[in-house]
Design a protein around this ligand. Structure first.
Ligand code: MLT
Length: 318
């Protein structure tokens, strides 16, 4: 009967590939966490195929809108970062509502950022760097991944914290994966990006790092421990950590959401997943933010926190 087959369908989730929509280009920090998470969620989802789709543009809001409007069946999910909470204050035109249009599945990780310069930049320490930017800011380019991206928020907050007379010219990319290539090549001068994308490049000497954005230095990380925190360098209260979360469209059936959340919880305990994040300076989420309610409450608190910071920096998009 129809009733039996409906039941069988619900039982069968997932019975076709799941798509993780990523709001930035391949090869960047969000793509990296999504692909790694897909590998670790596969087994707890019964060997399901999970594919990553990069839907870059407009600081992540294109992907956010796409998933908000997708069929709520658990097959289209969103992996997004702090932009979920920031873009609602940055964009005057809202194409989705972060607290109303999604089901919350859990926070994935917390990722510090590093302030970087191209190797050609005439500075080797944070003090030199700040002085150099103060003197030359108007002539320099800051790369970021679009309004509302983590790299954009960091650049905005840093420039407002050091009170530059002349802001750097900002150049938007489709993700910090491609932006990193131009920083290495010297086509842009400065970028603030997540350690998951920067650690390898710093270690290989392809870019210069000056500071980390967390309140304290990352004293447990073999490479990043050598860089001061911006607070240590006198930027009182500067504290920026990027987090990623997993979302489904509003209205996804509760039994499907439960399977997805259970699989996320298992994936976040996978030693391979933990190692992949810790090696790159990130921490896997372990607290109550890995529950739907904890995740949603956290995003709500981030929305209010970021609204204040964004309004203070006074930069908006239409
Ligand atoms: C990316 O994946 O490219 C980043 O998360 C971009 C950013 O937000 O800076």
């Amino acid at each position: 009967t129809a009733a039996v087959s409906t039941g069988a369908f619900a039982q069968a989730f997932p019975s076709k590939p799941i798509t993780f929509v990523v709001p930035f280009a391949a090869g960047g920090p969000t793509d990296l966490v999504a692909r790694r998470l897909a590998e670790s969620m596969r087994k707890p989802l019964g060997g399901a195929n999970i594919v990553v789709e990069n839907a870059a543009g407009a600081g992540g809001t294109i992907a956010g809108t796409k998933v908000a409007r997708a069929t709520p069946d658990g097959y289209t999910l969103l992996v997004w970062h702090i932009g979920m909470a920031a873009t609602t204050s940055l964009y005057r035109k809202q194409t989705f509502k972060p607290l109303e249009d999604f089901e919350y599945l859990g926070i994935i990780n917390d990722v510090p950022m590093t302030l970087l310069g191209t190797n050609k930049l005439n500075a080797n320490t944070y003090r030199d760097f700040e002085a150099y930017i103060r003197a030359n800011g108007g002539k320099l380019n800051l790369a970021h991944a679009g309004l509302g991206s983590a790299s954009h928020i960091c650049g905005l907050m840093w420039q407002s914290a050091v009170k530059l007379d002349k802001s750097m010219t900002t150049i938007a990319y489709r993700g910090t994966g491609p932006a990193m290539n131009d920083l290495i090549g010297g086509q842009v001068d400065v970028m603030c990006d997540q350690t998951t994308n920067t650690t390898g490049q710093i270690e290989a000497g392809r870019v210069k790092a000056f500071a980390v954005t967390t309140a304290k230095r990352l004293d447990k990380h073999k490479l990043l421990k050598d860089y001061p925190s911006l607070q240590e360098m006198g930027l009182k209260d500067f504290n920026l950590t990027i987090w990623h979360g997993l979302y489904a469209p509003k209205g996804t059936p509760p039994d499907v959401l439960k399977k997805l959340n259970d699989a996320l919880v298992v994936a976040l305990k996978d030693p391979e997943f933990i190692k992949s994040q810790e090696e790159l300076g990130a921490l896997v989420a372990t607290d109550n933010r890995v529950t739907p309610a904890g995740h949603k409450a956290f995003v709500a608190s981030e929305i209010s926190k970021l609204k204040t910071a964004i309004e203070a920096a006074g930069q908006f998009a239409d």
